[in-house]
Design a protein around this ligand. Structure first.
Ligand code: COA
Length: 180
């Protein structure tokens, strides 16, 4: 059964099981929740990195220009399925590219609806944070992400707004309600 957990040392072995798949993954969308974790493990600094993730949920511990963010890992029993981030609010930059929720499913589990289900679970967490709707964005060439987002918009309600154009690429932008 799929569940979201807060990143913790006890789940690191599950991530390590899929780490090589991520390292050889040639899909470069949404790596923000993955590459720093790989780097920390390789540098033997996983504990520090996990503490940083915990700190990033709190306004007073954030670097300048950051908004609070909650990281979740999606597990199936004890198997690592994916990583999700929920930003508690938007910045002008996140409004253009990034939005509230970022997702990355382990390569071997893509296309099994885990992304869809994981984002659904994140919508419930976002509702607990007081967000009535979340902005989801994806590269205009990221079909898997776009279809997952449109499926969620259909299920929960929401609206697609104009694409943004950032750093030389287009982003679809869709608001999705957090309660259906
Ligand atoms: C994007 C991502 C989170 C989607 O999760 P997923 O588990 O692979 O996707 P799902 O199985 O939930 O499928 C969601 C929809 O995408 C479609 N889909 C899945 N893989 C696809 C692919 N490679 N190409 C086109 N459509 C695809 C599914 O058919 C489904 O659409 P449908 O409901 O219309 O049938 C996942 O593929 C991923 O982590 N990709 C790499 C990182 C990334 O792109 N992150 C998002 C950055 S915005």
């Amino acid at each position: 059964m799929l569940r979201l957990v807060k990143p913790s040392k006890k789940y690191l072995p599950a991530f390590v099981q899929v780490m090589d798949d991520y390292i050889s993954d040639d899909n470069h969308f949404g790596r923000g929740g993955i590459d720093p974790l790989i780097q920390a493990i390789q540098d033997n600094k996983a504990d520090e990195y996990l503490q940083k993730l915990a700190d990033y949920e709190h306004e007073e511990k954030l670097p300048d220009g950051y908004v609070p963010e909650s990281r979740y890992w999606l597990l199936d029993d004890n198997e690592f399925i994916g990583s999700f981030s929920i930003r508690h609010r938007l910045t002008p930059k996140l409004e253009q590219w990034g939005g509230h929720i970022a997702a990355n499913i382990a390569p071997k589990h893509r296309g099994e609806y885990s992304g869809f289900i994981g984002i659904k679970l994140c919508l419930a967490q976002a509702a607990k944070l007081g967000l009535k709707r979340v902005l989801m964005t994806c590269d205009v060439n990221n079909n898997a992400s776009y279809r997952a987002i449109l499926g969620l918009m259909k299920m929960y309600g929401g609206e697609q707004i104009s694409d943004s154009f950032v750093d030389g690429h287009g982003e679809h932008r869709v608001w999705v309600n957090t309660i259906n």
